[in-house]
Design a protein around this ligand. Sequence first.
Ligand code: IMP
Ligand code: MG
Length: 181
Amino acid sequence: MKESITLHDKTFVPYLTNEELEAAIDRLAEIINLEHQNEKEPVILLCVLNGAIMFTSELMKRLDFPIELMTIKVASYSGTRSGGHIQEVMGITGSVKGRKVIICEDIVDTGATMVYLDKRLRESGASDVKICSMLLKPEVYKQPLKLDYVAMEIPNRFIVGFGLDYDQLGRNYKDIYVLKD
Ligand code: IMP
Ligand code: MG
């Protein structure tokens, strides 16, 4: 892990190691596998681009029941703050009608994105919608919507790495870094 990284105008310092993240994903995958061991039909794993790309790839290789991968691209953030207004930049890559869906997200902050997607999928006829997020900021999340699977909770700090970005940079680092104060 680097001592610090600079992205645009900001400096970030080490926060979570790749080992810690992978251990948390191991534990989460075990729970998800247990709950889906009698699954008859393939479940749709919906990767929320771009942030969840690394988490989805780590999670899916640990899942041992039939899954079908789909993607969607939404945007709500600009800079280091969640905007709350969700834009569907790219629609879902397949039909979810009558299907069980697990949304795969990098981090839940205000929850605006998950509330939007949950509603969107139900309106499109999904038979079941579950939310799976690598990280959660519980100090910020105040939505009534249940988060089914969360690998780790973190305080309300701005982080990058493991798919997460600061204005599109930083997604490629395998460890997570936090904004230096
Ligand atoms: P929400 O809609 O407010 O829950 O925001 C969720 C989205 O904001 C996530 O999909 C992330 O892409 C982004 N986000 C939230 N917190 C952070 C952070 O600390 N670093 C980078 N992106 C974040
Ligand atoms: Mg995201």
